[in-house]
Design a protein around this ligand. Sequence first.
Ligand SMILES: [Zn+2]
Length: 476
Amino acid sequence: MIYMLHIENIKLLLILPLTILMFYHSSPELFSEEMKPDTQVLTVSKNIELSLEEEELVHEIEELEEKIYKHYDVETEKKLALVYLKYSKFLVQENHFQEAKEYLDIAKGLGVNQEKAKEISMLLEEKQPVEMKNNVISHLLPDGKERVSRKFQPTDNFIFRRNVVYALFEQAGSFYEAKNYELAKTPTKKILEYEPNNKLANELLGNIHYQLQELKEAEFYWEKAVSRDSLDRINKKRSKLKKELPLEEGLLSVEEEHFKIRYASSNQQYTSYDLKLLLREAYKEIYQDFSTPLKGKIVVLMYEKKDFENKIRSSHLTGALFDGKIRMPFLNKQRGSEREMKRLIWHELTHAFIYNYAGDKVPLWLNEGVAQYYENKVIPIQLRFFWTTYRRNKLLNLRGLSLGEKIFKNTETTTLFYQQSFVFVDYLIERFGFYKVRELLKELGKEENVDSAFLKVFSLSAKEVERRWLKWLEGK
Ligand SMILES: [Zn+2]
């Protein structure tokens, strides 16, 4: 007998990156007060009169800096580098060599056009006095007063970098949370350009590669991310990866609009064309109800059956699983298991849609109920055990269902949980419509409690909905 149990490990996997980002925000040693975005140090002291030209340049710099600290983007950075360079040239002409050099350095650090930088370097070389070459530096004006315009403190460069890194983390984090992994790469890589040894950025980039099924790259960055604080966390990920890497090597790969597919190669008689077709058909059907497309491509891993059983699943009850990626056995077409493949795909892809639509906090009964609602369209769910239990008056109440995994004491409670979740959700869809169940997913995904979510969505108490469901069962 086949039981359909799909253990969701998404929590373990997906909470981690968020924790990392929160950790980044709150970690005292990494993000002490002076590293928080702070443009104050870079503000001009207005106690000397600047020429109109200088005033304009400084103003332009300040505007761009403010912009980039709020929201990092490459274009602004390029513009900023260019204005730094312009200002540097201006300062050379005005004989403020030390400041000119500092602005030139930071412009170079931002990867400004080498030709232009060189031109100013030469100009500086040519004009600067000998003392400056010997590192005797003065900000003194010809009349002996200190020039207090926009001069860099030695720390400014550092603060500038931290501010940009901070902005980049915010950006990478929001892309990551939105599961736009491809987009999250750019800001994360940019952080590593500034700070190649930033452990959290390395870990995040490892996570991103892992989500995109770029396992070798994930391994590379996770290795660089190990620190005393992150040792356990990273080791957990790396040991999972270690198991997956050799399996990955044996898989063929094909991409489609919504999917990144890896499938076992030996002797299965499914072509990549068949697989794309199977997945596309499921996508179309489920998408119709959710009306929200999946963000990015979903990774689908079809392992050799024995590999899935021995190395991927954690219990013999697990037929397939979704942990942010769909993982399933690649069944042999020959044994007439096409429907079984299809059933697994429809079920797991529904989990992907739910996760995409309402996050990873949706209660298990609702998650599994909806997944089985689609699975049932392929092969009808066997409900014998449910009806026997119903007649013996031993069904779970909604509170019991809400316990989720905690009630999986044995095969019987697990089977009842799955079957009852299906029957209940099927009722909700039939009575209230799928769009209402979609609303319920959203509400419960926000960790709203069951009572208030039901009241909000169905305008009925959870108890009342349950009572009506039992009444409906009587007529079956
Ligand atoms: Zn499931």
